[in-house]
Design a protein around this ligand. Structure first.
Ligand code: AMP
Ligand code: GLY
Length: 426
């Protein structure tokens, strides 16, 4: 079977790496892909994913039977709808279901209607109303742009002045169309964890847990990023908590979406706060996390193509349950100097073979190959290794990182620190 994978990051490289291991795969096409994806044997090409009919006609020409949509923008934009109407199987939700990521207000309202635990909130469509509504929240308070804002649309305000500034900035266009509506919500305390589930709209199966590191600097300091590293599983999400997340958050969401005529199909990524009162939903994403996908795929032992196809075709109930290795995987993001503001492009990268000789896997996140390999994005490489503990996986990942020569790049040196500290206490 021929498959088309959309996206160009480390997440998509990890998906490509697993897809090419599936016996059912004939040819993998990636748009736009990246040099790492090409090295897995995929044909990378340029396709304008905002031109839905162009993607559909490409699928017809290349006999593509399944399209895997990596990032959120084409999902929220309804690409899956056009492809499905054209008879192509798609891994990823359609436009209506992708609102779970595309509109924070939509998700909060769904949670409210169905008793799904999340922070108390209010939605606002104008600056004046939001400024007035702010007074009913205690500090710190969380201000969110409703729409997609590339992970930047959340401000945690410690003072009323900061909160008012965030509101003015959002309604003033600081976050583009995403800020046309704003959600204000109560601040939750606890440890964050990510949980993944695969669903065809009816059957829901767990797909593992991970913990991300969003701040750019060691010790969780500095500005937010798309994620500087991750590990899986996240032991803080114990089997008991995972069962609660499935029963109290994920399954009721999938059921609610079906009952309301917007069945959700694909991977559902729940960002959770583990509070003293139990797990609460911070947000949903309609796709795999990046770099969480890299650690999930490293531990996944099944047939990814078959799982994605079964999901897309609504036959997850009869499919093999996703299985994972018992060990830990940890990934360190190597970013270009300047990230997350203005990353330096064009820096040379050497030593990936040396790094992989240790047993690690290096996923390409933002690279270009024009003779030599160079940096071509903010997050550039994801150096991923396994171990019997998070501590061992961390040591293995950094041993591989240290073999890479990327003078214009940097990485955090403490990925996995929470769990490494807990393991040291044991
Ligand atoms: P989001 O884009 O919704 O995941 O938010 C980005 C980050 O903001 C999350 O990973 C949390 O660290 C933080 N955050 C969002 N909502 C809340 C909340 N209600 N309470 C505490 N932290 C939050
Ligand atoms: N690593 C966070 C995300 O993919 O949203």
């Amino acid at each position: 079977m021929n498959v088309l994978l959309l996206g160009s990051g480390g997440r998509e490289h990890a998906l490509a790496w697993r897809l090419v291991q599936s016996p059912g795969l004939t040819r993998l096409f990636a748009a736009p892909g990246n040099p790492g994806i090409a090295a897995e044997g995929a044909s990378c090409l340029n396709l304008d994913v905002t031109d839905h009919n162009a993607v559909l006609s490409f699928c017809g020409g290349k006999q593509i039977k399944l399209v895997v949509i990596g990032p959120e923008a084409p999902l929220v934009d309804g690409l899956a709808d056009t492809l499905r109407e054209g008879g192509i199987a798609v891994f990823g939700p359609d436009r209506a279901a992708a609102q779970l990521e595309g509109s924070k207000g939509f998700t909060k309202d769904l949670c409210a209607r169905h008793g799904i635990p999340t922070a108390p909130y209010k939605r606002f469509a104008s600056e004046a109303e939001a400024l007035a509504g702010l007074t009913s929240f205690s500090l710190p308070v969380v201000i969110k742009a409703d729409g997609l804002a590339a992970g930047k649309g959340v401000i945690i305000a410690g003072t009323v002045t900061e909160a008012e500034e965030a509101i003015r900035d959002m309604f003033g266009g600081g976050f583009g169309a995403a800020g046309a509506e704003v959600v204000i919500e109560s601040f939750l305390t606890g440890e964050e964890a990510s949980f993944f589930a695969i669903t065809d709209g009816r059957t829901v199966v767990p797909f593992g847990s991970a913990q991300d590191h969003k701040r750019v600097g060691d010790g969780d300091t500095g500005p937010n990023t798309g994620g500087m590293g991750a590990y899986s599983p996240a032991p803080v999400l114990t089997p008991e908590l995972e069962a609660r997340v499935m029963a109290e958050i994920v399954q009721p969401t999938v059921q609610a979406m079906r009952d309301e005529g917007m069945p959700y199909s694909g991977v559902l990524y729940a960002g959770l706060m583990l509070t003293a009162r139990g797990p609460m939903l911070i947000e949903y994403n309609a796709r795999f996390g990046d770099p969480e996908c890299q650690v999930l795929m490293t531990r996944f032992t099944g047939d990814l193509l078959e799982l994605m196809l079964a999901t897309a075709e609504g036959r997850l109930k009869g499919a093999a349950k996703p299985a994972f290795s018992e060990d830990y995987a940890l990934t360190v993001v190597m970013a270009a100097n300047g990230y997350p503001a203005v990353p330096e492009r064009g820096g040379t990268i050497e030593g990936i073979d040396r790094a992989e000789a240790t047993g690690a896997k290096v996923f390409h996140a933002g690279t270009a190959r024009n003779g030599k390999l160079t940096a071509n994005g903010g997050r550039v490489l994801n150096v991923t290794a396994r171990g019997a503990s998070v501590t061992e996986a961390q040591a293995a990942a950094y041993a591989a990182v240290d073999r890479i020569d990327f003078p214009s790049g940097f990485c955090r040196r403490d990925i996995g620190w929470r769990e490494v500290a807990r393991e040291a206490e044991e």
